[in-house]
Design a protein around this ligand. Structure first.
Ligand code: FAD
Length: 318
């Protein structure tokens, strides 16, 4: 079923969903099942699976020279989606990224998804590779998520890259995109960022999932601004609990989000690792309850392999 149909059917009730990462190359599917099994009793209608671009690594050869090698550390998104749907009977939402894909590659992945009866995709640009400093698209690939949305929408109309294909199978993908309550870090200002998000919706996206945030006011203001400029699709808040001291620096650095002083104080004041974990959980529970009361369409938890923490939060909220 399409994600938007779940929202319609929920009739104002707040749904719940999870996001998982593929295991590192060489890892087992069992790791994904082990992290999802304890969460399935909460009946998420859908589960997102992230996509990871290849990274460059430098390997030292016996000659003393370094060889630049390209590896994909977390492959398997499409297979994991199929396995999740098969095991749990829920919808899986693969993230599709622009980075590392030519348009032809993208088309082939979409054909695989269509044949697997995967009806939903989250269309995302992807981040810069570590050594690039800025996002560099693949030759013959897309520069912005909107270009990816347009390609998916073209296939929904039966238009393939090869113009000689007549009567191409019309896919029926429901497309989600990312949104940034605290602005995407590369955007000169929030207004421009919102205009680009609106353009993604006009190009065919039918819901938005937000970057994580730790102050609900940022989400409420974001939804208000979206509505004011005519973005009328469901806006799903993305949530991630902070459970470790180092995350006070790593989360702002990686995700470009602000951590409220009270949250930072609570984590710093806790006297043990378990105390810090509980402080982060309490914060996320409070955030979740408020968002649910405010009528958010769905609470989307970034599990990042820590299902015990997410379970504790969801148990307290639902
Ligand atoms: P875009 O919408 O393309 O926007 C990128 C920047 O360009 C923004 O600053 C925007 O304002 C600007 N922009 C957009 N269109 C234009 C235009 N036409 N002209 C000029 N500027 C423009 N990354 C992964 O690698 N894998 C994942 O699975 C993944 N999942 C994610 C899930 C969610 C819910 C979110 C919010 C992010 C996810 N990311 C993932 C991270 C994402 O790749 C980065 O945040 C990336 O930097 C931006 O992606 P985007 O799709 O928002 O890009």
């Amino acid at each position: 079923m399409k994600i938007t149909e779940y929202f319609e059917k929920a009739n104002g009730q707040t749904l719940i969903s999870f996001e998982v990462l593929p295991p590192l190359k060489g890892g087992r599917m069992k790791a994904i099942f082990d992290s999802l099994d304890p969460l399935m009793e909460f009946k998420p209608p859908f589960i997102d699976v992230t996509y990871h671009r290849e990274e460059f690594i430098y390997r030292r050869r016996s000659s003393g020279y370094y060889e630049k090698t390209s590896i994909r550390k977390r492959p398997g998104t499409v297979g994991i989606c199929a396995a999740i749907m098969h095991r749990y009977g829920v919808d899986a939402v693969p993230h599709l990224i622009c980075g590392g894909f030519t348009k032809e590659d993208t088309e082939n992945v979409l054909i695989d998804l269509n044949f697997l009866n995967i009806k939903n995709v989250l269309a995302i640009r992807g981040d810069a590779r570590k050594f690039d400093g800025k996002f560099i698209p693949e030759d013959g690939g897309h520069t912005y998520a909107i270009d990816l949305v347009r390609q998916i929408e073209d296939m929904n109309q039966g238009r393939y890259l090869d113009e000689n294909i007549e009567n191409g199978d019309r896919t029926d993908f429901c497309i989600g995109v990312g949104g940034y309550p605290e602005k995407h870090f590369e955007s000169p200002n929030s207004e421009l960022d919102l205009c680009h998000t609106k353009a993604k919706v006009e190009a065919g996206a039918s819901y938005i999932v937000t970057q994580m945030f730790f102050n609900n006011q940022a989400y409420f203001d974001y939804v208000k601004k979206c509505r004011e400029i005519g973005i009328d699709v469901p806006i799903v808040p993305g949530l991630k609990p902070i459970t470790k001291l180092y995350q006070l620096n790593s989360i702002p650095r990686i995700f470009h989000v602000d951590l409220p002083s009270d949250l930072v104080k609570a984590i710093e004041a806790a006297g043990s690792a378990e105390g810090r974990r509980q402080a982060g959980i309490e914060w996320c529970i409070a955030q979740s309850k408020e968002l649910k009361e405010a009528g958010a369409p769905c609470l989307h938890y970034y599990t990042m392999g820590d299902s015990a923490t997410i379970r504790q939060i969801v148990e307290a909220v639902y």
